[in-house]
Unconditional design. Sequence first.
Length: 313
Amino acid sequence: MRRVTILALLTVFALAAACGGKKDSAPAKKEAAKAEAAKAAEAPKPPPAPPSEFDSLRKALTEFTTLATACDKGWFAKVDPNKIDKWELPIEVPPMEEKCDPLLRQYEALYQAAGFRHPVLDDFLRTAALATDRYMFLAFRCKKVGVRDKLPYKKMLTELRDALRADVAGLAPGLEKVLKLTDADLQGAGSLAADARRTWALDAVARLPQDFATWIESTRKENLPIWRYCLMTSSVIGTRAASSLGTPLLSVEPAVVKAAGELAASFAGAWQFWSGDYFEAEEKGSPAQYKAMKKSSDAWRKVYAKAYPKAAK
């Protein structure tokens, strides 16, 4: 009996010691955690990443996208062409212009810095240029109420509004891709192989005749506005693309380089002519622009087809 009692007492003491150990271990663990945290806080932090030469460009692209998205939600989506049936404006234009006209200045401030740095960025720029032009056209068209043929005018406004909204919807996904580009990508399309760079440059030059036909020739025939922002974008990209074809890395035939340079120069001349107050000189000066563009376009097509017969088909 005595032996049982002693065993029972020993068991009680063991349990008490174990409980006491648990009580003592909690504060100890807490103190140890504090010590680890203090040690981590005292550890030297890695230095911040050095500023990038493209930080301001990335910021400008982001600000443009943010403003365009806000304008789409606050204004473009609310354009109602049916209001002209009641002799009302489709949208209150002055407040919209106050909010959204900065898009024009923002785009003019960034396209020169961004053009022909990487195909992904060029795609974004072209979408942004379309959005900027279409916003300018929409703001102008929405100021008119007293039209005789309301149905065609309402159809035109609806198509313009929907196309503008589609452009804006493409900006955020495009910006996401642009922001993933490294400094090396933006410095000189560092991730692209020579073949990809050549194709990128050739395509930028090859589209110039069509851009001229779409945004100058056809619009003038219909007395529509010139696509100012699309033209300035194509001119910058095309001129820089033509210059890049002469680099040894791309191994482009001299005849192609020469024809590309002449085509880009003709396009730039046309853009400069129609970008300003050209109306007084229009009848006198425009035939020369058409002639120069046709001559350089025909020469380019001929040389390009000979050098790249498969691509020209």
